[in-house]
Design a protein around this ligand. Structure first.
Ligand code: ZN
Length: 250
């Protein structure tokens, strides 16, 4: 039975000549799900965890649709196109996939192993990914939106690839607002659907120039991890008006 399974696999593998197979491990795993046999293809890109399951008794048993879809997002259109110019998966593996994985010229993810180094994917960002990455960068590092028009930054980004897309400062400002609105809605939904308890806390302080602020935070447990979210930072105008009044009239 077992031997048969592998003979069968070997026979099928001979038919997998499409260049898209070059991006996956040459021998797929065999899995049984509810008694149905499936081939599990693993993407070979560094730090990519993607797997594609194909049931042998399903209508998609020889379909490469999902395999192709993933290759385009993981390796990029250019790499996929280069592979399709090859006659056979083996040829694509040698002349496209191998050089890409060894030289690391294709690019980018935030895959961080523990506290270790960040590793980058081989493919350049798409326009949308660049915009998302910039929103994350200016928010995390508290940059002015104008930073994207900075001469030095543009020189670093565009040297060697003058067509590299960088959004304008006003686009970044709009994107930040959009991301903020969506994130707020998502956090709201997450808190409402949270099955456990949520603790709310406040933290109030006064800035050196006598402005009073209160931060409202939520504390909860998600998948075993304690998390803390700032819901809002409110300026207490009442206090300020009181202080202004005192400064003016006393
Ligand atoms: Zn992948």
């Amino acid at each position: 039975m077992r031997r048969n399974t592998y003979l069968n696999l070997e026979r099928m593998m001979k038919r997998w000549t499409s260049p898209v197979y070059a991006f996956y491990h040459p021998i797929p795993d065999i899995a049984y799900i509810d008694g149905h046999r499936a081939h599990v293809f693993k993407c070979t890109a560094k730090s990519c965890k993607y797997t594609c399951r194909r049931f042998l008794d399903g209508p998609d048993r020889s379909s490469t649709g999902n395999l192709i879809k993933h290759v385009k997002t993981c390796w990029g259109d250019v790499a996929y196109k280069a592979a399709t110019d090859c006659q056979h998966a083996n040829e694509a593996r040698e002349s496209v996939v191998k050089p890409l994985t060894t030289s690391g010229t294709i690019t980018t993810a935030f895959d961080r192993k523990g506290k270790g180094k960040v590793s980058y994917r081989h493919r350049q960002h798409t326009k949308t990914e660049t915009k998302a990455e910039i929103v994350r960068w200016v928010s995390e590092s508290v940059c002015l939106f104008k930073i994207v028009e900075d001469r030095g930054f543009l020189s670093l980004m565009k040297t060697g690839r003058p067509d590299y897309y960088i959004p304008s400062a006003s686009t970044v400002s709009r994107d930040v607002r959009i991301v903020f609105a969506r994130t707020r809605a998502r956090i709201g939904q997450m808190l409402q659907e949270h099955p456990g308890r949520i603790n709310f806390a406040t933290d109030a302080w006064t800035s050196p120039n006598h402005y009073a602020y209160v931060a409202v935070t939520a504390h909860l447990e998600v998948r075993g991890e304690p998390i803390c979210i700032v819901l809002d930072v409110v300026e207490l105008l009442v206090v300020r008006q009181y202080l202004d009044f005192n400064l003016l009239y006393h």
